[in-house]
Design a protein around this ligand. Structure first.
Ligand SMILES: Nc1ncnc2c1ncn2[C@@H]1O[C@H](COP(=O)(O)OP(=O)(O)OP(=O)(O)O)[C@@H](O)[C@H]1O
Ligand SMILES: [Mg+2]
Length: 330
């Protein structure tokens, strides 16, 4: 049985005389243990979908089932299976971290004597034990985010809906959130997570769905998606010097499509010449046979180009994203 099942979900927002179709017959099925990366341009309909699953917004048409329960007919029961972390959330003033969690545990009808144990467990999981007695408003943004995640865990829900949980976090906090998600995955939870940090999504999601203008345009595991959508491998090359010579060589190679480009952030064009304080990065796409890919590197090295790195990511979600989305908003 699917843990989350959306069938022909539609949502039309009405503001005054205007109508906007935010979701257009969206279908989705998540099995137990799936970590589903929900990606799409701004305004694509991710938050709308997540809010509908979380029973906070009614769809205009379609059905929603969570752990087998019809979330439109029995929202109260469905909520018991869901931990929801919104994209923007407020925290209350004059309340301590443990009180905040206690409040939500009470709201989920967890008996009073069980709450202290649960609170200390979720604090430990989110690495916030030291802040148990701190006031919520005194926490940093990343800590507030982790507290919000702790809050979604108090009733031990099998399904977690996380709307951009890592936005605004520093690299360490992001890595910590990622580790936490892996722990939750190991605990068998089904997680739907939206994020714009695509390399991270690629790392821990077993399924990806790309939504644009309310429609799921592609869905599946990242590797299969990449194979279906692209027919090439992207390569990132860093050279110590002679970037122009490398560029010229690459432009002559028939196995490369799309004109190789020198990444703008890595160089300044001053008086017509390239200045490369820390080397120069070039990106291009290879369409030749995968087993011959090494020949590109070999040719560069034989020509005396000082190659610092030649990187071919396994799959490149950002690239996939750019290829399938059109940048149109509803
Ligand atoms: N309450 C609302 N009233 C009217 N239109 C809305 C409302 N909420 C969202 N929309 C519109 O619905 C569309 C989808 O918005 P949604 O917030 O679901 O996008 P999103 O994919 O979460 O985007 P982002 O990546 O920016 O968070 C947008 O065009 C948005 O303007
Ligand atoms: Mg959103």
């Amino acid at each position: 049985m699917a843990m989350v099942e959306l069938n022909n979900l539609c949502k039309v927002y009405k503001t005054g005389s205007d109508t906007l179709t935010a979701l257009d017959n969206l279908n989705l099925q998540l099995e137990k243990g799936d970590i589903f990366g929900f990606i799409g341009p701004n305004g694509a309909g991710k938050t709308t979908t997540i809010k509908i699953i979380a029973t906070l917004l009614l769809p205009s048409a379609g059905t929603v089932r969570v752990n087998g329960v019809d979330a439109l007919k029995e929202p109260g029961r469905a909520r018991g299976f869901i931990g929801y972390m919104p994209d923007f959330f407020g925290v209350y003033d004059d309340i301590k971290v443990w009180e905040y969690l206690d409040f939500f545990a009470a709201a989920y009808k967890i008996p009073k004597d069980r709450r202290p144990g649960i609170i200390s467990d979720v604090l430990e999981l989110t690495d916030l034990s030291v802040k148990k007695d701190a006031y919520v408003e005194s926490l940093s943004r990343g800590m507030k985010q982790r507290l919000c995640l702790a809050k979604t865990l108090v009733h031990d829900p099998p399904v977690m809906l996380l709307d951009e949980p890592a936005s605004g976090l520093d690299p360490r906090a992001r890595i910590e959130i990622r580790e936490l998600l892996k722990e939750l995955q190991a605990m068998g939870k089904t997680i739907l997570i939206s994020s714009h940090i695509l390399p991270e999504m690629e790392e821990f999601c077993n399924k990806i769905g790309i939504i644009e203008r309310g429609k799921m345009i592609v869905e599946g595991d990242v590797k299969t998606l990449a194979q279906n959508v692209r027919g090439y491998q992207s390569i990132t090359l860093t050279v110590k010097a002679n970037a122009e010579q490398a560029l010229h060589m690459l432009q002559q190679m028939p196995e490369l499509v799309q004109t190789p480009s020198i990444c703008a952030e890595n160089h300044k064009i001053a008086e017509g010449s390239l200045q490369m304080p820390r080397g120069c990065t070039l990106q291009f796409q290879y369409i030749g046979p995968p087993e011959e890919e090494y020949a590109v590197l070999q040719a560069l090295v034989q020509a005396g180009i000082q190659v610092r790195s030649f990187f071919t990511p396994e799959t490149d979600l950002e690239d996939l994203f750019m290829r399938v989305t059109k940048g149109q908003v509803a």
